[in-house]
Design a protein around this ligand. Sequence first.
Ligand code: KIV
Ligand code: ZN
Length: 513
Amino acid sequence: MNDSLIIFDTTLRDGEQSPGASMTKEEKIRIAKQLEKMRVNVIEAGFPAASIGDFEAVQAVASTVKDSTICGLARAVENDIRRAGEAIKPANSGRIHTFIATSPIHMEKKLRMSPDEVVERAVWAVKLARQYTDNVEFSPEDAGRSNPDFLCRVIEAVIEAGAGTINIPDTVGYNVPEQFGALFKHLISNIPNSDKAIFSAHCHNDLGLAVANSLSAVQNGARQIECTINGLGERAGNTALEEVVMAVKTRQDVFGIDTQINTQEIVPASKLVANITGFAVQPNKAIVGANAFAHESGIHQDGVLKHRETYEIMRAEDVGWTANKMVLGKHSGRNAFKTRLEELGIVIETEQELNELFVRFKDLADRKHEIYDEDIQALVTDNNTVMTENESYKLVSLKVSTETGEQPQAQVTLWVEGDEVQATAQGGGVVDATFKAIESMVNSGASLELYSVSNVTNGTDSLGETTVRMEKAGRIVNGQGSDTDIVTASAKAYINALNKLKADPQKAHPQSV
Ligand code: KIV
Ligand code: ZN
């Protein structure tokens, strides 16, 4: 076997469904550009029927990305398929991914449709999608709990109707590798027209088996894997792109197949997704965790120094773990800054926006001297110093005091819907005092679910990147902030979350009826 394994990235769709991971159009473009640079074959950019914002984001990605196929998700309903068809129109290569549930529990309790009706609807949906593109993917949702013979019936019919990719989702992460692999074998060998389609695996990680299940599918004939950067996704997440890609690359002896992924772009992609979504990567995460290549124990180090392969099965540099390269500094001019933004795929709409970012860049360079790509990404993500039209709050200034034996105190000045307001509060620490002061002015009624700080680059002068996750009436948002001062970064993250809670419209979930 020397055919290639198609990598279908759904960070911008299934990954975004993770509560709090919702992304703006500009953020989606930045990630899509990185995925394109990484040579991902298919980018699922969103669910265009969810909202106008989602439609525009898919359309913008379709207009920007040239080398990857851009896919839009659609339930097997007319409006979804037409919206997806319109959204992918600007793409050089566009795909519609339509789906309907096929498991007894989903058909009966969610769809309230009979198996015959489901087959009929699936065929109808694929035919409608084919009016927009000849690249149509079909998924029998919850295939992992569906009757294999019923799956054969649906799949044969949708291939006949024009679906070129058949994706088998283990929607609830219930399958185990041997069983999931056997399902692929059963489908491919029993569906008479299975050779007319590419079979794809889409796994969720509820039992921690998403990558193992996907690889088992590959061993049984799957030629596309659906995955996300850092395994981002609802609940326990989706198959992690970096893990499947490196597994097939490292174990050619087992899989006999490779991907077209430029693996050196994996770590930059991981950092970008973590920065934009606020979902940090655990240090011991395979491939992209900070410790993944740290051979710390003395005995291992000795082995690695004597002969690298004693303990290393992959090289850190092959997945993009290079020492941070300084890209700009204190003396870099506006043109150099603009060029670097373009190289990073960062779209700046107006001169005013560029000027504003350049001022912040200069300010950062004064404090930090050496500026890396990660700093620029963090600077762009952190939009808390500019007040956009859909924002209600902005940090004006912050003063904190802390002394051993004294109660920490924060004085915060905010713009609150056009007025400058100030409050002072005390807390267990300066961050706690800062959040309390902000709350006393805003009275959000939201609860703080998570607070985390990490460093963007190395050294104590690094930007600190802060994430807060807040919940109100069942809605969850992540707020991010970065600054060389972590208390300021924390205040910005808190305010960013408050702005999102106020501004973000509710959007439809594709797996709702
Ligand atoms: O997990 C799932 O079933 C999905 C479908 C929409 C393909 O994400
Ligand atoms: Zn899914």
